[in-house]
Design a protein around this ligand. Structure first.
Ligand code: HEC
Ligand code: HEC
Ligand code: HEC
Length: 299
């Protein structure tokens, strides 16, 4: 009898412990949700691509192997769809085999992403192609496309940015000036022209323009590191012409004309390149930044 009561009591205690445990869990989850929600406008979560991808891109690899596998997949999806519609059994099976091979290559290249593959559907495509079930192939191709899209939504843009956008971090401007230091020099020269122009110091403005020209020529020498070109294309003809006008106007023109010329020079000689290169460099750097735990907590 007393044994039964003891048993019942310990049962109650265990149940109570579980209730406390669950309440604690729920509170924790609520706390995390509230904190995340309150800060939703300040932070965003970006999924980074696995590091294993690097080996399938330059410079670790001779070619952008990963990207070329993707191009093959797109072509093979199109061919499979086309020959299923045409009911061309032989070609359908051939292209289906290639699709299978390159789809599975995703998981062979990046083991972490094996779980993202829809293995049932890719096999379905093979089987239905073999058995001449053409509508079945078309349905399966549609389903497979969802697996492609699912990965792309999270990883396509960030992968291209990480592994294929131009990297200026190791580029020096002669004689061995770090790239961003040279940028600061350019910026100072442009602003010195502007300040001197506004204050009517024509000689200083002209000598600063002369320095800017030299610095732009030096910058122009690094473009061929990556851009295949026979002769130097920066500063180009248009920029040269604006600089000639600016020089004339610094000597004899109005402050307003000088400001206009300097403005066009900044757009053509600086902003156009920044639109591609600085933007990419900045985002890349932001993503590469290691966040300390304290920093994350602060957010
Ligand atoms: C597990 C992830 C993943 C899966 C699954 C996947 N892809 Fe991709 N795909 C990527 C990544 C990452 C990129 C970005 C590569 C880059 O730009 O360098 C990409 C890029 C592409 C591109 C290049 C887009 C462009 O125009 O630049 C094509 C085409 C493509 N994928 C086709 C496919 C097809 C078709 C499938 C399905 C049969 C597929 N992918 C499945 C990860 C995936
Ligand atoms: C580290 C390699 C690298 C260097 C150095 C480089 N570029 Fe680029 N540039 C690229 C790549 C790659 C692209 C294609 C877009 C991308 O992926 O960022 C590009 C694209 C561009 C574009 C936009 C697309 C176009 O062709 O119009 C401009 C403008 C440009 N570069 C100008 C320059 C100038 C000017 C210089 C030299 C002062 C230069 N780049 C130096 C790699 C480089
Ligand atoms: C190759 C194309 C290119 C051209 C042309 C170019 N820039 Fe830049 N600029 C960049 C890149 C890339 C960065 C980012 C460098 C980095 O963060 O390491 C940058 C960064 C800068 C910065 C910030 C430097 C820093 O310390 O973070 C300034 C200022 C600047 N550029 C000014 C100029 C001016 C002024 C001109 C025109 C006279 C110019 N740039 C022309 C590519 C270019």
């Amino acid at each position: 009898m007393s044994n039964d009561i003891a048993k019942a009591r310990s049962g109650v205690t265990i149940t109570m412990k579980w209730i406390y445990f669950i309440i604690l869990q729920v509170m924790l989850i609520l706390l995390v949700v509230t904190v995340t929600y309150k800060h939703a406008d300040k932070v965003t979560v970006v999924k980074l691509p696995p590091k294993a991808l690097a080996q399938w891109y330059k410079p670790d690899n001779k070619r952008h192997v990963w990207l070329h596998n993707m191009f093959k997949l797109r072509r093979e999806m199109q061919a499979v769809e086309f020959y299923a519609e045409q009911k061309d059994h032989k070609r359908l099976v051939e292209w289906g085999l290639k699709l299978n091979k390159h789809y599975l290559a995703i998981g062979e290249m990046v083991a972490n992403w094996r779980t993202k593959l829809d293995l049932v559907t890719i096999e379905n495509i093979q089987n239905r192609a073999e058995s001449r079930d053409y509508p079945g192939v078309l349905t399966a191709v549609n389903t497979l496309q969802k697996s492609c899209d699912g990965c792309h939504v999270d990883y396509q843009a960030i992968t291209a940015m990480t592994y294929r956008s131009a990297d200026f971090s190791a580029i020096d401007v002669a004689p061995s000036i770090p790239f961003n230091m040279h940028m600061q020099t350019l910026s100072k020269q442009v602003n010195q022209i502007k300040i001197a122009s506004e204050d009517g110091q024509s000689a200083l403005a002209l000598s600063s323009l002369f320095e800017l020209k030299k610095a732009m020529n030096k910058l122009g020498q690094v473009c061929s590191n990556c851009h295949k070109q026979e002769k130097q294309t920066y500063p180009n003809e248009k920029m040269q012409k604006i600089m000639l006008n600016l020089e004339q106007n610094l000597k004899t023109g109005q402050v307003k004309q000088q400001a206009r010329d300097l403005g066009s020079l900044a757009v053509t000689a600086c902003a156009t390149c920044h639109g591609t290169h600085r933007l990419a460099e900045g985002v890349k750097r932001l993503l590469a930044k290691e966040h300390t735990f304290a920093e994350l907590l602060k957010h």
